[in-house]
Design a protein around this ligand. Structure first.
Ligand code: 5MM
Length: 335
């Protein structure tokens, strides 16, 4: 078993998943403003340190994706953040893309940037303790989108990123996110997500990426957020499994879903059903940002000194998702 494969399996072992705490400063500012907390480096750190030092980390969180600012910060106890995360039994990871920008040639779509100088930045992050990395390609659905240009260029970038990350002995999380925004049907989401994922693997293989040493972070198959034709959770689970079974090579050890704007409970319930029905060889887990942090952030914003109360909420959400990653969650476990 390769070292990269071992790292990937360890991150997702025993119902563990990933905490996506890699919001850029702009996104974190949006999240904090939404709960009336000033977005200062100190406040961003206090909230994140509160989660990273919660007991739920040890049992339920196999990896944490950090943002450049956070990986270089020190905790209130003067510990480097990656050290704190490792001490809690979890692996520190880092978002290495520099964001999605307008795609020249198709200005309604995005291309993710960050390849220039990436090899040097990766060495720095490795030396700071990172064991894995993340890069997100983003695609919107409408009649003509995602275009061939967006599908091809984002897949190319994801593959070049992944090859560089493996060269630097870290596990790349490959995140092609087909957005929920819009009134498209679940069938459209299924078709476009399949096209996107298939192209990603075509490029990953071309770039000689070891598929046993990656984690795929896809969206679930859902109807658009403003669609009138929503589908049941059972259908979400079935379509998601079918889509992944037909587009992901079996060498890939694990799939960790993004929550993508689903409510906390919806993201947990869908993951649980996916695991109940899963007949594939893939570990199916979570790499949630909003669906792990929303309630904790709301509670914390009312009293940022209440560390225990905030951690209790985070621990609960982490536990519910860990159960869902094993198909053992049920609604009556929710408080
Ligand atoms: C945590 O949010 C990440 C995006 O941050 P920026 O937009 O600021 O770069 C994002 O990539 C996240 O990791 C995934 O989308 C999963 O998060 P959700 O909230 O969809 O589970």
């Amino acid at each position: 078993m390769s070292e990269l494969n071992k790292i990937a399996l360890k991150i997702l072992e025993k119902g563990k998943g990933i905490l996506a705490a890699d919001e850029s400063t702009a996104t974190m500012t949006k999240r904090l403003s939404g709960v009336n907390v000033p977005s200062t480096p100190e406040n961003r750190l206090i909230f994140r340190e509160t989660l990273f030092s919660a007991t739920g980390m040890t049992e339920c969180i196999g990896g944490v994706i950090l943002y450049d600012e956070t990986i270089k910060q020190e905790s209130s106890k003067k510990k480097k953040i990656p050290e704190l995360i490792s001490q809690m039994g979890s692996a520190p990871g880092i978002k290495v893309d520099t964001g999605a920008k307008i795609l020249a040639g198709s200005p309604d779509e995005k291309i993710t940037e960050g390849l220039d100088g990436l090899r040097e930045r990766l060495k720095e992050y490795y030396n700071l303790g990172a064991k894995f990395t993340k890069w997100r390609g983003v695609y919107n659905i409408s009649k003509n989108y995602p275009s061939k240009l967006s599908i091809e260029s984002n897949a190319h970038a994801l593959a070049r990123y992944s090859a560089l990350v493996q060269e630097c002995d870290m596990v790349p999380i490959v995140e092609p996110e087909v957005l929920m925004d819009g009134d498209h049907s679940a069938t459209d989401c299924y078709q476009k997500t399949s096209d996107v994922i298939k192209k990603c693997f075509e490029q990953l293989i071309l770039h000689k990426v070891d598929l046993k040493g990656i984690i795929l972070k896809p969206n679930m198959i859902l109807a658009g957020s403003s669609s009138k034709n929503k589908i049941s959770n059972q259908e979400v689970a079935k379509l998601t499994l079918d889509c992944l079974e037909n587009s992901v090579p079996s060498e890939v050890p694990g799939i960790a879903f993004l929550s993508g704007g689903q409510s906390e409970i919806e993201a947990t319930e869908n993951l649980n059903l996916i695991n109940k029905l899963n007949k594939t060889s893939f570990i199916m887990s979570y790499s949630y940002g909003r669906a792990l942090q929303q309630s904790a952030l709301r509670f914390w914003s009312k009293d940022i000194k209440n560390i225990d109360g905030t951690q209790k909420i985070f621990n609960h959400r982490a536990k519910m998702n860990s159960l869902a990653a094993q198909g053992k969650w049920s609604k009556d476990l929710e408080i």
